[in-house]
Design a protein around this ligand. Sequence first.
Ligand code: FES
Length: 173
Amino acid sequence: MTFNRRQAILASCLAFFGFGHRPVRAASQASDSDFLELNNRLSFPTSMFKQRWDIVKFDAMLSTPEGAKRLQGVLLKTSDDVVGLSAFCTICPHEICQVEFVADTERYRAISDTVVGQPLFVCPCHFSLFDPTRQGEVIDGPALRGLYAFAFEVAENEILVTGIEAKVLELLS
Ligand code: FES
């Protein structure tokens, strides 16, 4: 399945105004990326995301040529507007450590000169930093790309996480 950002924003608005399940989020850094369907679709009530930085962790399963793999992820509210949700895989694209959502800006200032003044994802292994408000892109450290994005759909009362960027296979193989 393929989405682009404009389709995602339009879909989000449609979903908000009650037009049923629509793909909302798909692209990480590319504007048009391929996504793989997850083995398990994950459902979360929209009521879990009332304010900015509300976050939920989940485990997704993906079939790969090497067998089924578990992918840890998070769904979080990155802004107060309608298109305010993002879903990222928390496996660092550098060398597969688990990144951590750090809301305390003083914590990452201790390891980086980067000043953003907002929560970031921080990798504890080699200190790559990822910005959740810019589609998980890397803003410091050795990682060569941003966090892998999950695709999800929003309906009136639930969010369904359905897919993951196909490029994650390069990391898992
Ligand atoms: S494994 Fe994350 S920065 Fe190296």
